[in-house]
Design a protein around this ligand. Structure first.
Ligand SMILES: *[C@@H]1O[C@H](CO)[C@@H](O)[C@H](O)[C@H]1NC(C)=O
Ligand SMILES: *[C@@H]1O[C@H](CO)[C@@H](O)[C@H](O)[C@H]1NC(C)=O
Ligand SMILES: *[C@@H]1O[C@H](CO)[C@@H](O)[C@H](O)[C@H]1NC(C)=O
Ligand SMILES: *[C@@H]1O[C@H](CO)[C@@H](O)[C@H](O)[C@H]1NC(C)=O
Ligand SMILES: *[C@@H]1O[C@H](CO)[C@@H](O)[C@H](O)[C@H]1NC(C)=O
Ligand SMILES: [Zn+2]
Length: 493
């Protein structure tokens, strides 16, 4: 019932919008910005909190909580009748876990590797020769025991699979610098061509060197305990394109719907995805000259998986039809900065496809006009705009900061605390609603509203017409993507 009522209402609206092209119903930046209300953004945040409750405080892809977020977005967009919406569902290997290593009563500070298998292994620790990148480095003494391998030269995944091939029962990789590795991945879910993965963890360089000295003076029995879930999970992107507007000049905006397993992800990326959803829900009050498409991406935290899956599925012509892409990932950080992706490359020397400079400058003037300071942030492809850059689509976006530390100068510009992370709860259980900076969230959401409204009317400054290099999209490096998640690098070697 409800559905058919809203369809009728939307059809009436579409007719009136279509009947009066170019008049006061045409989308304007100012009106769209004014339609972005704090109360609506907070309602979306409340919904995300509810979703995370369905799966132990997380909205990681493949969980009930994440599915609930996907359903919420799809349902809200469908109810407007203003969009053609689509779920793009696919399967991807989920992985989450913890690792613990103890030896001689010492509990080591241990990091788990993404795709590392679960297990509980107690055995003597045996040092592997060289860097453990070749079969010959693993002597027969490794069999049945825990292989201790130094970091370096080749992927962690290769070392762990070679240890498995040599019959090791477990493996520990120690860092080649004093501290811990700081987040590692085996990159591939399995390496059947090399050998089976064994329960594994990593320890700091200091601990590794001390452990080797200890082994040199007598047998050391260790225990590796890995608690992990590794399984294929079905998950979905949500795409929504306005029924109105020129579909050969599509303005695109996107953000990711998943969180990390450790927390509910209300800033990362509840803020970006819900900011864009709210824009999408207000947009139906107007008509657009160029079509507007929203992409709500799954599994960004696993290496931009959803956005890449979608971009790679497009034909060269479909890619050429996308005039530009705007990315919203973390726009309500508690100790925020107003960062703009450095599309012109003048700050970080990584330049986006032509037109990315124009997007950066548009956001710069948005903040300037609001009397606010903004700063560039590296345009390195570590969020869902990466696959768009690889496909040659001009891109840009805003970011209020993650684990980086605020400088003294920035604290003068934006307030907050110098020497403290922009988001101290980044990728943790504390990424909750009460830790959002709602002022920054509104400011950035209005920034996206401004960019969407501006470009939906006029693509001046964005190169059009030339066919993009279709081959380019094939250059997307899966390994590079899998190594990076949400402005944070997981090390693969
Ligand atoms: C939530 O945690 C409990 C206990 O740790 C576990 O049994 C359950 O499977 C978890 N539920 C989900 C949806 O992950
Ligand atoms: C989430 O949605 C996918 C795709 O529709 C479905 O296959 C899966 O079973 C759902 N997972 C949960 C935990 O509900
Ligand atoms: C393993 O380590 C994690 C922290 O890394 C800790 O939360 C967990 O309780 C430990 N598990 C065991 C069985 O010691
Ligand atoms: C690992 O196995 C040993 C026995 O082999 C057992 O004593 C220990 O409790 C197990 N550890 C965990 C965390 O289950
Ligand atoms: C900028 O990057 C280009 C190509 O990647 C390189 O040749 C050039 O030396 C870099 N310039 C600076 C100032 O680092
Ligand atoms: Zn993110």
């Amino acid at each position: 019932m409800k559905f058919s009522v809203s369809v009728v209402a939307a059809t009436l609206f579409l007719e009136s919008a279509l009947a009066t092209p170019g008049d006061e119903k045409r989308l304007q930046s100012k009106q769209l910005r004014h339609a972005i209300l704090r109360s609506n953004l907070l309602k979306h945040a409340d919904a995300l909190v509810e979703h995370a409750r369905l799966s132990n405080g997380s909205r990681a892809f493949g969980s009930k909580g994440h599915n609930a977020t996907v359903d919420y977005i799809k349902r809200k967009l469908d109810a407007t009748g203003y969009y053609d919406t689509e779920l793009q569902t696919f399967v991807y290997p989920f992985s989450d876990g913890t690792a613990n290593f103890t030896a001689k009563e010492k509990k080591y500070s241990t990091e788990w590797f993404t795709y590392g298998p679960a297990g509980n292994v107690t055995a003597p620790v045996v040092v592997v020769n060289e860097l453990g990148c070749e079969k010959a480095n693993f002597l027969a003494t490794v069999e049945g025991n825990i292989a201790l391998i130094k970091r370096g030269s080749c992927e962690f995944g290769l070392k762990i699979a070679l240890a498995g091939a040599a019959g090791a029962s477990g493996a520990i990789i120690y860092n080649n610098a004093d501290g811990p590795i700081g987040g590692g991945t085996l990159i591939k879910p399995s390496r059947p061509d090399v050998g089976p993965y064994v329960p594994a963890g990593s320890i700091s360089g200091v601990d590794g060197v001390a452990l080797i000295a200890s082994i040199a003076s007598g047998e050391v029995v260790g225990n590796i305990y890995v608690d992990a879930t590794n399984e294929d999970r079905y998950t979905s992107n949500v795409l929504a394109t306005t029924k109105l507007g020129d579909k050969k000049n599509v303005i695109m905006a996107g953000g990711h719907t998943d969180s990390v397993p450790a927390g509910p992800g209300i800033n990362d990326d509840g803020s970006g995805s819900m900011g864009l959803l709210e824009i999408a829900l207000q947009l139906p009050k107007w008509s657009v000259k160029n079509a507007v498409r929203f992409g709500f991406w799954t599994a960004e935290e696993y290496g931009l998986v959803g956005s890449e899956h979608w971009v790679v599925s497009l034909t060269a012509e479909q890619i050429s039809d996308i005039a530009l892409y705007l990315n919203a990932d973390m726009i309500a950080s508690p100790n925020f900065g107003y960062f703009i992706y450095d599309g012109d490359g003048n700050a970080f020397n990584i330049t986006g496809p032509a037109g990315s400079d124009h997007i950066e400058h548009l956001f710069e003037s948005y903040f300037k006009d609001a009397g606010l300071v903004s700063a560039p942030t590296e345009f390195d492809g570590r969020s869902d705009y990466g696959p768009f850059l690889d496909a040659g689509v001009p891109s840009g976006g805003l970011f209020t900061g993650a684990e980086g530390l605020k400088t003294e100068q920035q604290a003068k510009w934006w307030g907050g605390s110098a020497g403290v992370a922009y988001d101290p709860n980044y990728h943790q259980a504390g990424d909750v609603k009460s830790n959002l900076n709602v002022g920054a969230w509104i400011q950035c959401t209005k920034g996206f509203a401004h960019a969407i409204a501006t470009y939906a009317n006029d693509l001046k400054g964005i190169p059009r017409g030339g066919k993009r290099d279709a081959a380019k999209k094939r250059q997307i490096s899966h390994d590079r993507r899998r190594n990076s998640a949400c402005n944070h690098k997981l090390h693969g070697l």
